[in-house]
Design a protein around this ligand. Sequence first.
Ligand SMILES: [Zn+2]
Length: 382
Amino acid sequence: MPYRAYRYRFYPTPDQVVNLNQTFGCVRYIYNRSLRYRQDAWYERQENISYLQNSALLTEWKKEPECLWLNDVSSVPLQQSLRHLQTAYRNFFQGRAKYPNFKKKDGYQSAEYTTSAFKWDGESLKLAKQAEPLNIRWSRRFEGKPTTVTVSRDPSGRYFVSLLIEEAVALLPVVNSTVGIDVGIKDVIVTSEGVASGNPRHTAKYAARLAKYQRRLARKQKGSKNRRKAKLKVARVHAKIADCRRDFTHKLTTTLIRENQTICVENLAVKNMVKNPTLAKSINDANWGELVRQLEYKADWYGRTVVAIDRWYPSSKRCSCCGYTLDQLDLATRQWTCPKCHTTHDRDVNAARNIKAAGLAVLACGETVNPVVAKAAIGSTR
Ligand SMILES: [Zn+2]
């Protein structure tokens, strides 16, 4: 059965704020100390520290007289932070992520609890070392029991709890349609049927407000109470932008999954593209990485198929009618006419049609038949 995460806002009591602050602080301390230890071990002795060694170190650190405060919080989130570090290292060594970063005090804070460290009675959730259940705003229902609970605080000071539930999701009825989607900036997606999603450009919408609060923040004295308040205002605008972005992407992916049995999409290297500074904001708003991630897990839930096409496939330059491929197509050219069959193409719709055709070819022939799409992955990539 697939796992599904449910995220809710909650409002901690003053006691819970104290406990959560302590817990976040301990998690951060253990994560950062482990990271430093592992770095030093490598640079000084070329020694690789395993998760088990790290775990043994944690036991030692908790016995140190100056670190006894580590015992005031549940031990589970501390242990989980070692697992997270281990995952961060694995992602780094397998080329999926950058080298792990130290956690910052004013960044996003989180602590993960497994079943031994929380109580769920079907209605309320109580964390270890806390006297009362969390005051959660239950915005949606779920069936089943949480297996993991993550509490977090975003930089704007809001608290969230995320419950991981193992559940059987009812598959959607099978539909007989396949769609190719081209992702871009003018429109976040354009489908092979010619439907364009638009791009709400949330960053631009809130740019003036953000600039105003950032100017105010810059004038405040370092370490002052007013600076902290000003910083919170900036963080709230960022949170607002992130919320709008997430909401838009969810609506988009839910519609695509509901209406299509198979969704073909380009496999993009989003990280590389975001490095382009003039495009970075628009690309962040378009939220491509999250779009593909949502498509994949929703396809998994509802029994749909996502086909990722190699991003080097010449989807824009190829005529979707006759297969003729242009040598070059300028990024600014929105429309072009095929020199061979004389069809006039909208750049994005043509690309989406090619992506759909390539996706269908992958599904029909298997991944290694066509060398152009040899690197394409079938189904939800996990
Ligand atoms: Zn043509």
